[in-house]
Design a binder for this molecule. Structure first.
Ligand code: NAD
Length: 260
């Protein structure tokens, strides 16, 4: 199993987990499109990764909630490399509030980035996968695809939804070689998590140390954060796996936070 010359689009790959997945894929010889809202950061990440392995990378500007931008970004990748083999729909943000204080605009923004983004990028990539030899669609879920936490109504709802969408794609895509799976990480130290620590401390009335120890890592088997590299390794497995034996699944990478 390897990703040599595979054409991969990774959304939200200018930072954090997506960038780590891009690095892992380039190291294995893939051609990777870093698709991100932040155009300059995407270009910088692509320049940084090219040369870090046998593969290559380009930056593609894409707001995953905008159908025209998604379609244009996917078309740009096809123009550059002629095909799409792997989609990692990873772009995401976090907004935390108690439900009674959750602004409706923030709820809609969360569902748009996580769910519309997964739908629109899958819809744009699938015809190219069907035209060639199939492909692999990977959604970045979360332990919150399975568990709930206070303050995270929109995030938990969206991450649960990704399980359903991936299973439909697994069923629709099977006959044409397209697999769909979900990665469900525990807490990983990225800008998305660093931003939440003071916000949760404020909303829950506890210290930042307690947020980390009790809220984020309290249910793990060893009190450890999951790393970007851990998640990237699982993404590589889902991307490179050669058959429908591994489709419609989700895998938790969370130091045992969730075991069901
Ligand atoms: P991050 O903030 O480091 O990176 C997110 C990236 O997404 C940024 O580059 C940002 O510019 C991009 N982005 C945001 N909105 C976008 C949009 N509309 N269109 C295109 N790009 C957009 O965050 P991260 O922690 O690496 O998170 C990546 C994914 O992993 C998210 O889906 C998140 O929910 C999921 N996740 C993170 C953790 C964690 O603990 N960090 C745990 C489980 C799941």
């Amino acid at each position: 199993m390897n990703l040599k010359d595979k054409v991969c689009i990774i959304t939200g790959a200018a930072s954090g987990i997506g960038k780590g997945i891009a690095e892992r894929f380039v190291a294995d010889g893939a051609r990777v499109a870093i698709a991100d809202l932040e155009a300059d950061a995407a270009d910088r990440a692509a320049a940084e990764l090219t040369g870090k392995g046998p593969g290559s990378a380009i930056g593609v500007t894409m707001n995953v909630t905008d159908e025209a931008q998604v379609n244009a970004g996917v078309a740009r990748v096809v123009e550059e490399w002629g095909r799409i083999d792997v989609l990692v729909s990873n772009a995401g943000v976090q907004i935390v509030h108690r439900l009674e204080n959750f602004p409706f605009a923030d709820w809609k923004k969360m569902l748009a980035i996580h769910l519309d983004g997964a739908f629109l990028t899958s819809k744009a990539c699938l015809p190219h996968m069907y035209k060639e030899d199939g492909g692999s669609i990977i959604f970045m879920g979360s332990v919150h695809s399975w568990e709930a936490s206070p303050l995270k109504s929109a995030y938990v709802t969206a991450k649960h939804g990704l399980l359903g969408l991936s299973r439909v794609i697994a069923k629709e895509g099977a006959a044409r070689g397209v697999r769909a799976n979900v990665i469900c990480p525990g807490f990983v130290r990225t800008p998305l998590v660093d931003k939440q620590i003071p916000e949760q401390a404020r909303d829950l009335g506890i210290s930042e140390e307690e947020v980390v120890k009790k809220i984020m890592l309290g249910e793990t088997v060893d009190g450890e954060f999951t790393t970007i590299e851990d998640v990237a390794e699982v993404a590589w497995l889902f991307a490179a796996f050669p058959s429908n034996a591994l489709t419609g699944q989700s895998l938790k990478v969370s130091h045992g936070w969730s075991m069901t």
